[in-house]
Design a protein around this ligand. Sequence first.
Ligand code: MRU
Length: 342
Amino acid sequence: MQRTVDYKHGKIIMIDQTRIPAELATIEISSVEALADAIITMKVRGAPAIGVAAAMGIALAARNSVTDDPKQVFEAMEQAAATLKTTRPTAVNLFWGIERMLDAAHAALEITSSADELRDEMDHLAMAMVHEDEEVCRILSAYGAAVLPTEAHVLTHCNAGALACVGYGTALGVIRAAIEHGKKIHVYVAETRPRLQGMKLTCFELLQDKIPVTLITDSMAGMLMQKRKINCVIVGADRIAANGDVANKIGTYSLAALAKYHNVPFFVAAPTSTIDASLATGSDIPIEERSHDEITHIDGHRVAPMGVEVINPSFDVTPGTLIKAIITEKGIVMPPYKQNLK
Ligand code: MRU
């Protein structure tokens, strides 16, 4: 599949994920405002993809600034950073991508007085992050392939696939790598209310790769585990605290608790850029509250009775105690996470 996000000739090219599975269409983004809108409306989503897209947004701001003064270019980048940081609060990769670009720009300013050199440097770093994301997904997936059962009935939630990264994926990357290693895998995909990333995106990806897949509603997971139909769960992550608590798509915690009860191993696959060592526990992770229309409406039509109270937290936090291992590009981390994540 083509890259989820790419950067060419001063423009961001991205797959519009809101149109999948109806069509696989790309859009071109040439302003920071358009990028911020694409992140908020989830044309691009998934922690690693958001991180790389935000880094591209900083490069774009440098390109779009009309000045010969590198300090003014830097100011434009800082403004873009402020805008992009308000888009989605939970996935730490967004902030990681932006800070990495600003740090590099800061260092470049020490050695260059050319605005164009600074812009080139930013373009190069954004592209380096594209290649790095592809490589990191491949490496962590190869590690993760070893932990899946030889005959695996794997449950996954949301989309931690190629569409959530530049390509290949984290949780789905592990599944892809396990199949490449000759393992027999059947994937159960939870639809993932309310935005249905599991149904729309994960099923789409797996069908494209001809990986056996069964779609279930979120509420079916317990019954399937009780009937021993699932022998492994693997998900991605949006932010991992220092003690191994993991923020991921709403519903992940319920699956982890069910998996513990039924003695099914529960794995998290994520790049180290998703680890936020500054947060001691998951209770410090900011949880995005999205529009209540996502719950009350289906396909633009209101289905909930008028006047009902609604909440829509987009993520929940799974305690590290429920997680068998965290699979990263630096290796597989086992509990105790507070010690081993370091
Ligand atoms: O709201 P989304 O679709 O951006 O949420 C995405 C997830 O929760 C993914 O599981 C997570 O970002 C990991 S993606 C490799």
